[in-house]
Design a protein around this ligand. Structure first.
Ligand code: SF4
Length: 330
């Protein structure tokens, strides 16, 4: 028996936003061991989380969250925010998943960068309580930035965490966080807004349209939504038109057996993917769509290559006006 105090181990949700970075800093200031966890899905990028982990020099666990978020989109117990963002359920699920990791990996607690009152809908007192309850973590969920306004957690009661070094931030002002960032020597972080496509109304419309047609069970179709322009052609085929070289490469890479891929040959233009295309009429329209979004300067005809079932065919198309297709745009 040495009588030395055990170093507590925390698993901290690291979105990469300033608050999540500060939560880690506050915990490490009192000598706790902290690792980060981020949840990956087609709807939010983990780039900021990776940058934050590098900035803070902590290990980062990356967890695939796609099936979780799809399930929550279908049945959001606590509803959606301003778009199709089930934030309360999403947050509770992330904490629940982190709690499972806590048990498996021998952490003492899960931490988040939540600040009471920071977001009117998802970070008010009631929402924080719902998240704590639904995540089933109860006394092992710590919000270091607002801890002094909340009940002491188990690791605080056990003396693993020094409550006096935790904070009591609340409200929407960012000034305290900016001051803290300075104190901890953080010089860069992303802006608070953005990051999750589910909060964007345009994307929510696309998602709702998919829910009505294909449902939200197919990870493949959901992943397609983040690429290109989408059209629903008259016989029901989805046509995804690449907007740039990155989209075109992604669509090419995502083609499966049974899908049809088109791209312009004679002029620069888009790649178009038709998942599960069963309709010749839609395929004809999609060829015209592909030609219409090609570079039509000074050309009467655009050659489009159609790739399906292991065969390739080139067809010459007189490109229609893009306006023709507006009625089918999602
Ligand atoms: S903004 Fe997106 S990632 Fe964040 S809690 Fe809401 S739904 Fe989840």
């Amino acid at each position: 028996m040495t009588g030395e105090k055990r170093i507590g181990r925390g698993l901290s949700l690291l979105s990469g936003g300033l608050d999540s970075r500060l939560a880690v800093c506050v915990l490490r200031k009192q000598g706790l061991h902290v690792e980060g966890v981020v949840f990956n899905s087609p709807f939010f990028s983990i780039r900021s989380a990776k940058e934050a982990a590098a900035q803070l020099d902590i290990p980062l666990h990356i967890v695939d969250f796609t099936n979780d978020i799809l399930e929550l989109l279908k049945h959001p117990k606590h509803g959606f925010g301003g778009a199709m963002n089930p934030c309360i359920d999403c947050h509770a699920r992330m904490i629940l998943r982190a709690g499972e990791m806590m048990t498996q990996m021998g952490f003492d607690f899960v931490a988040t960068g939540e600040v009471m009152g920071q977001r009117p809908m998802s970070q008010n007192r009631q929402s924080l309580d719902i998240v704590r309850r639904d995540s089933t973590l109860e006394g092992r969920l710590l919000r270091p930035l607002s801890a002094l306004l909340l009940e002491p957690t188990i690791p605080e009661q056990e003396g693993i965490i020094d409550r006096t070094q935790l904070l009591g931030l609340s409200g929407r002002s960012r000034k305290p966080q900016i001051a803290l960032a300075k104190e901890f020597g953080l010089t860069s972080w992303p802006s608070p807004a953005g990051g999750c496509m589910l909060t964007e109304k345009g994307f929510a419309h696309r998602l709702q349209e998919e829910a009505a047609h294909e449902g939200l069970d197919s990870v493949f179709t959901v992943k397609l939504l983040v690429h290109g322009r989408h059209f629903r052609l008259p016989d029901g085929t989805r046509a995804v038109v690449g907007r740039d070289a990155a989209d075109n490469a992604s669509l090419k890479g995502m083609k499966r057996d049974g899908d049809v891929l088109l791209h312009t040959v004679s002029v620069p233009g888009p790649t178009v993917l038709l998942p599960d295309c069963q309709s010749e009429a839609d395929l004809q329209l999609a060829s015209q769509l592909c030609a219409a979004y090609g570079d039509r300067a000074k050309v009467a005809n655009v050659t489009v290559k159609v790739i399906r079932n292991g065969t390739e065919q080139e067809i010459a198309i007189v490109p229609p006006e893009r306006e023709t297709f507006r009625q089918w745009m999602i």
